[in-house]
Design a protein around this ligand. Sequence first.
Ligand SMILES: NC(=O)c1ccc[n+]([C@@H]2O[C@H](COP(=O)([O-])OP(=O)(O)OC[C@H]3O[C@@H](n4cnc5c(N)ncnc54)[C@H](O)[C@@H]3O)[C@@H](O)[C@H]2O)c1
Length: 434
Amino acid sequence: MGQISSQGARMTSPVCVIVVGAGSRGENYSNYGSIHPERMKVVGVADPRKFARTKIQQQHKIVDENLFDDWLSMLEREKFADAVLICTPDRLHKEPAVAFAKKGYHVLLEKPMATTADDCREIVEACSQSGVMLSVGHVLRYDPNPFIDQYYGLYLLICNFILFFQVGFYHFAHSFVRGNWRNEDESCFALLAKSCHDIDLIHHWAGGRRCVKVSSFGCLSHFRKENKPAGAADRCLDCAIEKDCPYSACKIYLDRVKQGHTGWPVSVICPSSFPDIESVTKALKTGPYGRCVYECDNDVCSNQVVNMEFEGGLTAAFSMVAFTEELCKRKTTISGSKGELSYDGHQIRVFDFLTQKSTKHTAHSNIPGKYGMSGHGSADYHLIDAFISAVANNDPSLIRSGPEETLRSHLLVFEAERSRLENRVVSCGDPSQN
Ligand SMILES: NC(=O)c1ccc[n+]([C@@H]2O[C@H](COP(=O)([O-])OP(=O)(O)OC[C@H]3O[C@@H](n4cnc5c(N)ncnc54)[C@H](O)[C@@H]3O)[C@@H](O)[C@H]2O)c1
């Protein structure tokens, strides 16, 4: 008899996966195989960075012939796994997703699906035509707090959603000013990169009601050359006024590694070695993460708001803000005719208008204690767990972030961005505007 997965589905032998892109996310999802070797086995990895692919090779005992320095050479090999985890940079999602789907691999694709609406459509089409499952890395859909299913339906005829995403001041400086998501031409616009998650959640909460209108405003505040303080140097290590700068790379990276902290964001800045004081200092001297935040080639928005109207008059407001104390935290308020629900990522509070009493609920997730995944609480774990169960049992219903709904929410993100760029309200799904 097979194992029982945490999705409650039966599994007989491990699902074999290959990893395309062995960076933070690739490593994160691969960890599932170390925790549950009976459920998932990583049998191949492709990444141009030797350090990254060797790390995954050693962790999962992958044979040398299944190591590739590019996803294309991996694709040339006859299909040798059940599924592929595509964790490459944003602009390198569509091509491998389509190609591996056509080769018959089930696909776990990191978000955003792709950087244009047409490419997103093409991925969904390829998966559908090839009869393979697609799960997109919308981890928030796997938040173990079941407030949508268990609470909100009971209490509320929903009228409005407010979702406030606090990016975090140094997270923004790290990823969106100095790092991989700083420049739209190299990755994509910030709403797609960071908050396709959030728009997807709102879209899901709307429960099948179509978004009819969207408007959006936003810009890049502060992290511009004209705001560089007098006397600041181009690199933080050379800067005489670095001590007065909250965004100083010395504070964000060097001070952390000196205190023994080698996880994110320090781990990201040494792509070819384990971070220590020497390698971090070198990275700050020569690499992108040592640059003054006012001297980078960044252009993505630091603050953006999106307003949405769904069928039936349901309204929603989303804000993404760089300048926050909290890091990657979301605050949600759902207002209904019978009560109000608020959620801070840990605790759900429901206030009932009739009894004028509030109840509080905290979810407890049963993920393995030593599961070393970072970010999103335990949602990363539940996403990969659901995907592996879906593949093992040939049951796409176990995937919450499947193709059609995820495509619709991505299209809404593109429409929101169009509203911002064209400074007008966009009627959603209007073919004359596409
Ligand atoms: N779901 C989430 O919450 C979440 C969180 C962070 C990032 N992401 C997304 O996940 C993706 C990966 O992000 P990351 O933080 O792991 O980035 P990363 O830079 O750590 O990893 C990307 C890896 O892809 C590799 N790569 C580049 N070209 C390649 C090629 N031709 N073939 C194979 N590998 C190649 C890089 O060398 C790198 O190791 C991005 O699209 C990002 O936006 C999603």
